[in-house]
Design a binder for this molecule. Structure first.
Ligand SMILES: [Zn+2]
Length: 233
């Protein structure tokens, strides 16, 4: 089973991805990490990506798609992959679909973790990290006992430079103007599962698993039918 999780920064996507990896035995497939690994190991794709990466330019889609295919070919014990960070645009989604089709693979489901923009702003803007160990806190959703001081080590909290209001707003704008189009794209393929991302981590997780159930059922359902037919002969 190959799935994509779509969600803005602050939607809880990373947490849910980790849960699903364990629950469904999926191999995490984060495009940024795939790229860094390929470059570190000096693979052919890594060498192709390196100049873009060094210049800070976007690595061409074909290279990222090829890395994803490579990871699909080397699943080990995993039952499929969970994609993160790619695709972000419709044209990337199309290249990925095409490449998967050529290799006799496909995506089974696309989960959209829906959280309103205002709430994402609030979650992200409340985020503080302790200077000593990088423990993550949130003024609103996960506060420390003493304001401004880490519960674990007593060190001072600071806001990451990436977490300032305009940087957060800019990233969310990109998500809600561009990446959000993937929702329509995959809905047209009948693969989209919309999940309310404002609920608790546990409830969101259950909603995703429930949503994925029918996508997983066709295979087992068919074989049960066949088994029954054979049994009834
Ligand atoms: Zn700390």
């Amino acid at each position: 089973m190959n799935i994509i999780l779509i969600g803005a920064q602050g939607s809880g996507k990373g947490t849910q991805a980790q849960l699903l990896e364990e629950q469904l035995h999926l191999k995490p497939c984060a495009s940024g990490e795939l790229l860094r690994d390929a470059i570190t190991h000096g693979t052919l794709l890594g060498q192709a990506a390196q100049p873009y990466y060094d210049r800070g330019d976007l690595v061409p889609d074909e290279i990222v798609v090829a890395l994803i295919l490579e990871s699909l070919q080397d699943l080990g014990d995993a039952q499929g992959i969970i994609l993160d960070g790619f695709p972000r645009t419709i044209s990337q989604a199309r290249s990925l679909d095409e490449a998967l089709r050529k290799h006799g693979r496909h995506l089974d489901a696309v989960v959209y973790l829906e959280v309103p923009r205002e709430q994402l702003m609030e979650r992200l803007n409340g985020r503080y990290i302790c200077k000593a160990h990088g423990h993550v806190w949130n003024i609103k959703t996960h506060p420390t006992r003493v304001p401004g001081i880490c519960d674990y080590d007593g060190s001072a909290l600071e806001q990451r430079s990436d977490d300032t209001l305009d940087k957060i707003a800019h990233r969310l704008d990109l998500f809600f103007s561009e990446t959000i189009q993937l929702v329509t794209y995959y809905a047209a393929q009948g693969k989209l599962i919309r999940v309310d991302g404002t609920a608790s981590i546990e409830d969101v997780n259950h909603a995703i698993l429930d949503g994925l159930q029918p996508m997983r059922a066709p295979h087992s359902g068919q074989s049960t039918l066949q088994d029954e037919r054979i049994a009834g002969k």
